[in-house]
Design a protein around this ligand. Sequence first.
Ligand SMILES: [Zn+2]
Length: 361
Amino acid sequence: MRSLASLFRATLLLLLVACFLPVSADPRAQSDSIFGPLPVFEFHSGFWLNLHHMLYEQAKALRDPSEHPTPGKYAHSFLDRAPEPHPALTAAEQRLWNDAVNFYVVNYADRDLLFSNDLVILKNQLGDFEDCDELSGAKKKTCDAGLPPNITHVLESAGAIYRAHYWSAHDRANRQWIAMIAPLIREQGVGISERLAAAYQTKWPKPKIRVDVSVYANWAGAYTTLDPLRVTISSLDPRNQDTAALEVLFHEASHGIAEPVEQAIVRECRQRDKAIPRDLWHALVSYTTGELIYTAMTPDNSISPPDNSVPGGGASPYAIREGLYARGWDDYLPLLTRFWQPYLDGHASFDDAIARMVSSL
Ligand SMILES: [Zn+2]
């Protein structure tokens, strides 16, 4: 009897597990495009936003081939590696697709995804309507994105082709990227966010930061727009993989909380009647993110000095590896190591560190 009872209990348990597992383990239970639950960030793989960035990238490549020697580099190189054969577009599909790219050439290719208000609003709107099959609201009123009719028409026409030929591979790449970063966010996310906020003398935003994962993002591989704070990051960009992905994410998110640093630099400059140094706050954010991430990732909290001789590698912070300091920030690195690092190590105050950096400019 005892064994029957325990068998019953075990069967009941198995049944319960079988009933609940698919619901709780399936990230699509809430929405097709949101992943969770993870701390700090909320990851999305959205159809319209991915389509928008792909059209923008192809339009840019057409507009200025010298800057884009391999049009659609990431998207196409990924499709080439995709396991199933990629079906060719029919002549009619190719015409519709070309029309959409040309629309982007005429209307958007000269504008920057980060600095054009229209493009930021469009990107946010496409993110918000990611679970809709349409943008016009013709079939479902709640799917009227309120976009100008010409852009709605272009995106819906190209959308049919994108859905048929590209989206499943792109969505899979985005989901794989999210699966790659998820354990790092789960283990390190809260700690790193708290340390960064403390370094900038502020609080990390309470709501999770929306991260739109897209096969193509922008020339930098990731960008951040404010009000609302949203990060767009490329899943296939080689610069956004493994630990570097964590650093890029936190660097981008820091754009939303670095205001106290910017203000402190401006204040110090005004007091000393100095010109406000271009991008010092940005170099500081890059430096700080790199330092804190690699401190968090090394168990004994020791950071080995960045090794620039290793191409793309080792534990060198992203900003140094990508040569950011060489792009006009080279004067800032010695200041950051001399005056900002002691603050990060707890040997100087925030105000002192900023004041000393500014007075040494
Ligand atoms: Zn940045």
